[in-house]
Write a protein that binds this ligand. Sequence first.
Ligand SMILES: N[C@@H](CCC(=O)N[C@@H](CS)C(=O)NCC(=O)O)C(=O)O
Length: 377
Amino acid sequence: MSSSSSSPRVVLYGYDASPFYQKMLFLLAHYKVDFVVVKVAPMPPRPALSELLGVTYRRIPVMFLDGQAYFETTLCARALEAAFGGKPGHGHSLFDKRDEIIQVQLSATWSETQLFRLAVGHLPKAAFTPAFVADRSKFMPGVPFSAEAVTANLPYSQSQLYAHLASIEAHLAQQQQQQQAGSGSGSGSGAGAQAGRFLVGEKVSYVDICTFVPLQWVQSFGTARDLLPKEAKNGGGGAESTTPFPRVVAWLSDVKRHLAQQGLAKAKSIKAEEAATLILEQAEPASITKAQNDARVSASDPLVKAGWVDGAGQQVLVTPTDTGKVPQQGSLVALDPTQITILVRTNVGNGAFLAHFPRVQFDVRKVELAKNRDAKI
Ligand SMILES: N[C@@H](CCC(=O)N[C@@H](CS)C(=O)NCC(=O)O)C(=O)O
């Protein structure tokens, strides 16, 4: 039972106000991938995931590619890159192979953690409805989350944003100087006016998209308009001329333009039931069996040595350690140095699919040890 070759290979779960969901729309637009979307609520419960697919992981987005789940957007990006990056009819590779790994690590810790937290520190007052405050206080335990707390801390958040923007501005200035020196010395890259406009070279890269997401989010709030003014409507230099960071504002516009040129977010929304059927059809038993046969759990893995994990086939819980610390249960298929794969069984019917998590910022341990988990992470 396999789905037709014209079925979209990607199913994305999310809601429009989520910046990480928007990031996935940008990536899918860049790679020119046909995909469908299941819109879910901005707060749990999300029966489209929990009831139909047995997904208890609480964060958004969740992406399925060829019937396999990818939790966490950098992992999603790398799966999309492997499937589509640079292939005929798809967008260029977003990862420079010379320093892909370091770019991924820096994006995850700098853009996605530090800048994202700063963006949350600039949320407008209207966002803080009682239900949202109650939910997101549980989502980020230990981080005071209320209109009052965010307002009281705004000078710090702005000072941090100021420092990060100054670094990006200086980096862009350096890039442009090098570019000018390069063309002056007759090296003749011939790359034209766009060269050096992006963070790591002449083309949009993964670093651009990761860094763009939280900064564009702040820009859209208008709560830091002295630093990041909204774009001038007519595309003139108005916004750039009133900010200390004109290169950053111009770079944000360039990334936005690149994404718009890719025909941003033309996804079709489908019903949760239809999506679950499609995913479970694509989750072919043969590829699940193959993954189980290739199972990799090394006896020298630190978690195996410590007795937190015994081996493949065992029921484990995988839990984010930074935000939304809700575990996902499944049977362990692979524990690689950088990635965790489990088999998740659906609550209804007899479905099952492979689910992948990064290892950084995720805890994995056998179910029997679950009681210790909250104390440890
Ligand atoms: N590092 C994660 C972060 C995901 C994340 O924090 N998502 C937010 C939405 S933007 C979320 O799930 N918030 C709580 C919720 O929507 O229930 C990723 O890259 O996927």
